[in-house]
Design a protein around this ligand. Structure first.
Ligand code: ZN
Length: 409
């Protein structure tokens, strides 16, 4: 069995739920097991490790002094997520280093592996938490005060996991020590052909790697995207005694808002999703007092996104609260070219370049001026953030071979 297959197999049971998906949230027992896995593999490779001020995990193969070529991704998941989004990038980084070590080869630069904290925001609602804190894009005071669904604050959760939340914040020295960041990631956003939009550049996944017959690809850019919270208030009342005409039902208004988001997104060729709704007090036999909706909008440009949010605001009669905003990000063209070259040098088919509708730590670092690029591994189901997310082992091994080639070069 290849090393990457073994690594993925040891990860497979961690955080797995009864539906076969993964619940791997920051600062939980599953997260602790994933971090222990990281430390074990690094120790096995003889790599010293450290935890940075924001809780991100690092392993270093220091062959030379100077800035490092950093490989990695994240280990956390969305609720009921897939096995590969995140862990594939960390495991293949370790596997690539092992390939060089076993061949008795040493790279010309320091090579580091990183596992960024809470990339999905599955617990505290803000995506790319570890990289946003590191680059200073997220205020540490705001981060410490974030609460999960059970009302647990992020700083409390960190302390319970044995880390010190008082050190959270921008880490410019560490950022300056990254010569380049390469994130290998399972392909996401493979949309059916009929959803293709007109335009010069394909929309994310519209020419997925499966359609192109290519096991590997590279990401050109990340679409701008944001998250908004919408509060709707009504009048709580008895389900059996309140005539339909007299109701002020915030759940019905929430339904209108969800539909408005969908219609506006279709009109703008954007993507809008309401994936979380809270209804209070949540009784079957009572009209609700209030609802909260979380809206995720992405698009090829900011104008489309802002118009979708404006349409939602008009329908809601309330101003959506912006919880996060990420401007468009272009990856480093020279580094992306280098990645495509090494893929070709390993004998794999020509790697297509696709824009990404999904946010990534590599995008946050790129926005902060770090040369960053992404290597995508074909996802035959096209499904991500769900248990069906998958990649074939030969494609994954091709990704590891490309990373190893990059380290050699
Ligand atoms: Zn990811």
């Amino acid at each position: 069995m290849s090393r990457i297959a073994t690594l993925l197999e040891t990860l497979a049971p961690i955080g797995r739920n009864e539906q076969g998906g993964y619940d791997r949230f920051a600062w939980t027992d599953a997260d602790a097991a994933l971090r222990a896995w990281f430390l074990t593999e690094a120790a096995d490779l003889g790599l010293p490790t450290e935890v940075d001020r924001n809780g991100n995990l690092w392993a270093h193969w220091r062959q030379r002094s100077g800035a490092a070529l950093v490989l990695g991704s994240h280990l956390d998941s969305v609720p009921n997520g897939g096995a590969l989004d995140g862990p594939l990038g960390v495991a293949s980084a370790f596997a690539a280093i092992r390939a060089l070590q076993e061949a008795g080869e040493t790279p010309d630069t320091t090579v580091s592996v990183v596992a960024m904290v809470d990339e999905e925001g599955g617990r505290f609602g803000i995506a790319c938490l570890g990289s946003r804190l590191m680059t200073g894009a997220l205020d540490p005071e705001r981060a410490r005060a974030l609460v999960d669904r059970d009302g647990v604050r992020l700083d409390t959760a960190m302390r319970a996991a044995g880390l010190d939340p008082s050190t959270l914040g921008a880490d410019p020295d560490r950022l300056a020590g990254i010569a380049a960041f390469v994130e290998l990631h399972v392909e996401q956003g493979h949309l059916p052909v009929e959803h293709r939009a007109a335009g010069t550049e394909p929309d994310p996944g519209h020419r997925g790697l499966a359609e192109a017959g290519a096991p590997l690809g590279a990401a050109s850019a990340i679409w701008p995207h944001g998250r908004w919270r919408i509060e709707l208030h009504g009048q709580a009342n008895h389900a059996g005694t309140t005539p339909m005409a007299d109701r002020d039902d915030p759940v019905v208004r929430a339904a209108d808002v969800v539909l408005a988001a969908r219609h506006a997104a279709v009109a703008e060729d954007a993507l809008a999703t309401v994936g979380r709704i809270e209804v209070r007090p949540g009784a079957v036999n009572a009209i609700a007092a209030s609802t909260t909706l979380w809206l995720d909008v992405r698009g090829a440009d900011e104008g489309r996104i802002r118009r979708v949010v404006a349409a939602v605001a008009a329908q809601a009669g309330a101003e959506p609260v912006e919880e996060s905003w990420t401007p468009p990000t272009r990856f480093s063209a020279p580094l992306t070219q280098r990645l495509r070259d090494v893929v070709r040098e390993t004998g794999a088919p020509e790697p297509p370049v696709l824009p990404s509708g999904a946010g990534h730590d590599a995008g946050i670092l790129a926005a902060a001026g770090v040369p960053a690029a992404m290597l995508l591994v074909r996802n035959p189901t096209g499904i991500s953030h769900a248990p069906e997310e998958s990649a074939d082992l030969p494609d994954i091994e091709a990704g590891v071979a490309a990373l190893a080639r990059l380290l050699r070069a």
